[in-house]
Design a binder for this molecule. Sequence first.
Ligand code: ZN
Length: 239
Amino acid sequence: MNILAIGAHPDDVEVYAAGTLAKYNSLGHKVFIATATNGNIGSATLSMEEIARVRKEEARRSAAHINAEYICLDYDDEMFFESREARLAFINLVRYCKADVILTHNLTDYNPDHELTAKIVRDITVMIPIAKLKTESKPHDVIPALYHWEPLHSHGFLPTHYVDITDFIEVKKKMCSEHVSQIAWMEDNKQFVADENEDFFSESLITSRFRGIQSRVRYAEAFRLADNAYAVRAGSLLP
Ligand SMILES: [Zn+2]
């Protein structure tokens, strides 16, 4: 299968789904990692152009750990709004990847870029085969299955599926550690984490451990099957 993970910012996919994607890769599936924005506000010192370039390179290095292709739609960080053009860009992305399965944010999250990414993905899955919607990539015959990963700190999220990522937790850590600019950014922005010992990446390991306890393995990532028509499949396409 072709697996497409779509996050809002470079590093989201690693925090929420890197273990699952590493597992897909180990089973021989083709993985694509995409982000809606280029993360161009993620630095106190670099210009927006410079930090966007740095973050896209970090995302590329992270994706390389699991032979994934990284694609950035290059919208502005925290200034991503719904439009005709964005909808078509997302349709084109899914067609280009010929995605059988899409993983993305939850529809309810703390961040508007996360929520809009989830909404557009949810809205466009049904449009992928429709020929009248012209994009650079040709219509793809499959309406992909859609799973939402949990929001940061999991508020209000009730999983329908758990993926055992115990054998892939080290790959997840390595992928997260490629985001050097964001580890530095969080050092200077501790208001976004629980305490001074944590960052987004270390907190995500705690979440993976908690989901592991819930599902009786060491580490797990949790997902919720989309509840709209055509996104649902019997059984599970998660690894
Ligand atoms: Zn994000």
